[in-house]
Design a protein around this ligand. Structure first.
Ligand code: ADP
Ligand code: MG
Length: 476
């Protein structure tokens, strides 16, 4: 068996050189140029190509060229499995299982390998090509994470977890609003951990994928036991489990039940568990108490929206990374006017760059203003607007942002929460149940929140002004 990336690259090059001799040059560059070898044993070879069309074409017309090339180069009679990266995740497990099935001659009997798990990656060092960087095409590392006072603690804790997995903080829980770097940090941990523990198995998934994957297993009536076992093995058979956006399992009883067992199995065998969420465990409504207390037994850190300094630092760093020169006055202007969502900061920089290339000009304050107006001109996805409202209301009423989505009913918090609900209703087209979801409440509660602010605003001019100002800022 060949496991090393260098070996695999070499095999791919050798095979391609042989194939090239036996096929028209155009066909070669169309179908084989970008083929990678994922794994090769004495009996099988697994290759990947970028698109479904590539895969189908090779499968139906050119498979023999690969078989022949292996024969020519390595004197092996081999069976071929072809994957396309477009068809979803290619995990090591999937390759191993397909390979076993192929050898056993009963490929049809293998359970489909978790189709909705596109963003998962698994590695145990045998498939170094299949890592997060490659799948996402973005480098999410500690090196390119910009640190400021709002994320320093989270950053620090993440580096410790990556270096001392399962001993320092387990489980480890990061929470904070959308777009502030939680997924980035999760990947940074996985990437760093993989570098120091090359043979470790890392599994990244999301609350949503975990849930879907479970639902699929349960839906399979005929082979349910087999599917469930497969599901369980998959999640319990890793050294580090990263679950992004765990809040998705809110209100899903059987998912929570299953996750509880997964959690325990990993925890007792000394495996690291890391989760992110948009709110602390306590505020994930209908999260079973035993899960809440498990989550709380480790370390919980939060990420806050970036302050002005950090926004400037990120703008600087991102523009430098893109090789564009943004003058200081523009940096300040953007940092002051931009929302606190870092995803949006990236958007502005990209847009600036595109504009300056199109117009063939340097980046000026004028240009920055146009860009920003574009970005904020209501074309924002609703969830960004929602987060902005919550953010602005929290600032204005000086209550912690997470409390607005939380359970607390003290007068100040409930009032601020109602104002946020009111504004969201006013400036987005979200339905009452949808708004309810944001705040973990039912539509009737949302309805009465809106009414109460409506009443209050009738005789309260300063509240009116505040509401209008927040609405204006949130809309840009
Ligand atoms: P979340 O998961 O919290 O919604 P992401 O991790 O997806 O947020 O971050 C959104 C974008 O902002 C990503 O492209 C990420 O790289 C970038 N980003 C967030 N925080 C930072 C930071 N501190 N330094 C550099 N980039 C960041
Ligand atoms: Mg995320």
């Amino acid at each position: 068996m060949f496991g090393d990336l260098n070996d695999l690259n070499e095999i791919a090059e050798n095979l391609k050189a042989d194939i090239k001799k036996n096929i028209d040059v155009n066909a070669y560059s169309l179908w084989f140029e970008s083929m990678d070898v994922l794994k090769m044993t004495d009996l099988t070879i697994a290759v990947s190509v970028p698109t479904t069309i590539n895969r189908i074409t090779i499968e139906s017309k050119y498979k023999n060229l690969i078989i022949q090339a292996v024969k020519n180069m390595y004197d092996l009679n081999i069976q071929v499995i072809i994957y396309s990266t477009q068809d979803g995740k290619i995990s090591k497990e999937r390759v191993d299982a397909d390979e076993r099935a192929l050898i056993a001659g009963d490929a049809a009997e293998t359970p489909p390998q978790a189709e909705n798990t596109e963003s998962e990656f698994i590695t145990n060092g045998n498939m170094p090509g299949l890592d997060a960087n490659r799948i996402f095409g973005i480098e999410y590392t500690f090196k390119n994470f910009v640190i400021g006072s709002s994320n320093r603690l989270a950053y620090k804790a993440c580096t410790v977890v990556a270096q001392q997995p399962a001993t320092a903080y387990n489980p480890f829980f990061i929470y904070g609003p959308s777009g502030l770097g939680k997924t980035h940090l999760l990947y940074a941990i996985a990437n760093e951990y993989k570098q120091s523990f090359r043979n470790a198995r890392v599994l990244y998934t999301t609350g949503e994928e975990f849930t879907n994957s479970l639902i699929n297993s349960l839906a399979e009536k005929q082979h349910q036991a087999q599917y469930l076992q497969f599901f369980r093995e998959k999640y319990r058979n890793c050294d580090m489990l990263l679950i992004d956006d765990i809040q998705f399992i809110e209100g899903k009883k059987s998912t929570q039940e299953e996750f509880f067992h997964t959690f325990n199995a990993l925890y007792v065998s000394g495996k690291q568990i890391i989760m992110t969420s948009d709110r602390p465990p306590r505020n994930i409504e209908t999260l079973q108490d035993r899960l809440t207390s498990r989550f709380e037994s480790g370390l919980i850190v939060d990420i806050q929206p970036p302050d002005l300094e950090l926004r400037i630092a990120i703008l600087k760093r991102k523009s430098e990374d893109m090789g564009i020169n943004v003058p200081n006055d523009v940096l300040f202007y953007l940092a002051e006017n931009i929302s606190s969502n870092i995803r949006q900061i990236e958007g502005v920089i990209k847009k600036l760059n595109a504009y300056s290339i199109l117009n063939n000009t340097g980046i000026t304050l004028e240009l920055a203003k146009t860009c920003l107006a574009d970005i904020l001109s209501g074309t924002e996805p609703t969830n960004v607007t929602v987060e902005k409202v919550i953010n602005l209301v929290a600032q204005k009423f000086t209550v912690p942002q997470e409390e607005l989505k939380g359970r607390k009913r003290t007068k100040e918090i409930a009032f601020a929460r109602n104002v946020a609900i009111y504004i969201i209703r006013k400036i987005t087209d979200l339905s009452l149940p949808k708004i309810g979801k944001v705040f973990g409440r039912d539509h009737a509660t949302i309805y009465s929140a809106i009414n109460s602010i409506d009443e209050e605003a009738k005789n309260n001019a300063s509240l009116n002004t505040e509401i209008e100002e927040i609405a204006r800022l949130a809309k840009g």
